[in-house]
Design a protein around this ligand. Sequence first.
Ligand SMILES: Cc1ncc(COP(=O)(O)O)c(C=O)c1O
Length: 387
Amino acid sequence: MQGQALKRREVIRRGLAMLVFSPWLGGSPWLEKPRLSEGLSFSGAKPLYLNQNESPYGLPPRARQAAIEALSQAHLYPHEHYVELKEKIAARERVKTEQVILGAGSTEIMTMAINSFGKKGEVVMAAPTYFDFEYYASLAGCRMKKVRLDKNYRHDLERLSAAVTSRTSLIYICDPHNPTGTVVGGQELKLFCQKVLAKYSPLILIDEAYYDYVDDFSYESMISLIREGYPVLVIRTFSKIYGLAGMRVGYGLASSETIKTLEKVRTNFASIAYPSLKAALVALEESNFLQQVKEANARGRKFVTKSLAEQGYFVLPSQTNFVLFEIEGEAKQWAQHLEKLGVYIRDFQFNNQNWLRVTLGRQEEMEIFLNRLKQVKSSYLKLNRLI
Ligand SMILES: Cc1ncc(COP(=O)(O)O)c(C=O)c1O
């Protein structure tokens, strides 16, 4: 009896946890990462995880070797290697070492910005935007002002600028944007920042997680504004093109005063493990590898965009390692159906439209995805008696 009651309680507890953390119901997608869960079966050989914008090409082999070798010193704290990585990034980006902050993924720096700046006033951001930013801002209890994207599904800089007031303490701009994959022109974004900062004094957080995949010539990093002394924080990550998502390394660049303010809310004096720091140090030098990944990603992006358009979908032009496209019917149902066929993607609903976001994998993975998508579409059409 007691055992049964315990079991029941456990089932209820798990159910509640699912409700709280389910990516579809507003929890953190990282906490309840959908892996092949109990009871789920599909006919494919192995599941395809195209839902977290991870690189299918892995990390540079030399970076992997460096991480393995670093294990021989795993008994030591990693302080000096923090300094080494900061120095390397500073030299590359032409800023001072004290203008660099490191974190366990760029997420850590993002949350530091939320806790040190966002909580002080109001946060202005696009809707939709990168899910985790909104999630952590709401966890921190921030007041948020959301501004719809423009008709081209890009940041609406005019309306964002109109939303800023003297109460605004943090502005979040994700460029390239997640989940749309779109970018805004560098000159436009610079002007936006300069105009806002001439009148008010928020911190502008520019999330450049997908910076390395862009080939649109109008795009520009906002690091130049930092060099010019503007209160801008740019965050970047080793999780995407460098293939180090599991190693958790990210960095931020800002004025040395902003970095000091961020450091005050750090809750772990060294959150990046030594092998991760070593892998990142080496990965920064692997320009051939990075170029090859960039090119392969661009080829995949072209192929998937074209194939989806040929299948009749409305596809947004992506500058990232994922593609967002509109579907008819419930995006969640399509995603669940695809999951049963062994393909994990992300579903979104905004502007009264349903969307699916697929991470670009290798060519053969994209072919499997397109095939399974066809299956899902034809079941949807049959179910709705459209064919
Ligand atoms: C826009 C954006 N910012 C930040 C991150 C977090 O990356 P990290 O692994 O560096 O924490 C992601 C991850 O997908 C992202 O899409």
